[in-house]
Design a protein around this ligand. Structure first.
Ligand SMILES: [Fe+2]
Length: 171
């Protein structure tokens, strides 16, 4: 699997006009994802940590393009398409495509789950609990509020399964 370097990720941020706040969010999600990956790996799970890091850095690559075309809810698909066009490989594309609440399920790879989960531990660039993030979604994204009720438990189960509540995550 050929993955982009950090430098390539940062160049892609600029190429797709990612604003500073989304860059900060993406960096923070990557930081959480790295720590979560490390923690789960210690429990004997095989994980591609570089894939997780790059997927986290690029998961919102299409966010601003989507917002500006009134299609924020399609930013995952649009982001996956961008990385496919950039020939970054299907693994990264799938991580991006599946970072929504309704994609978090048993069919996901561990890398997809970790990036999706880590995104739910960050509001803007602040590390928060799942509860706080879900409350934020309910208040700010009424269209997906129902998905919190439908799928929120999958995240708390994942957290329990890998004892992620014991993980020290500092801003
Ligand atoms: Fe996103």
């Amino acid at each position: 699997m050929k993955l982009p370097t950090l430098k390539q990720c940062f160049e892609l941020w600029n190429k797709y006009q990612m604003p500073e706040n989304i860059k900060r969010h993406s960096s923070q999600v990557a930081k959480v994802a790295d720590a979560v990956a490390e923690h789960i790996e210690k429990q004997g799970v095989e994980i591609n940590k570089e894939l997780i890091n790059r997927g986290a850095l690029l998961h919102d690559i299409a966010k601003i393009i989507a917002v500006n075309t009134n299609a924020e809810d399609k930013h995952a698909t649009m982001g996956a398409e961008i990385t496919e066009e950039e020939n970054l490989g299907s693994e990264i594309a799938e991580i991006i495509r599946k970072h929504y609440l309704n994609n978090f399920n048993d069919e996901c790879t561990i890398e997809e789950l970790i990036v999706n989960y880590s995104d739910k531990r960050v509001i803007n660039n602040r590390i928060v609990s799942l509860d706080e993030r879900f409350e934020y979604i309910r208040n700010n994204y009424p269209k997906v509020a129902e998905e919190v009720e439908l799928y929120g438990e999958r995240y708390t189960d994942f957290e329990k399964k890998y004892q992620l509540d014991q993980l020290e995550l500092n801003d």
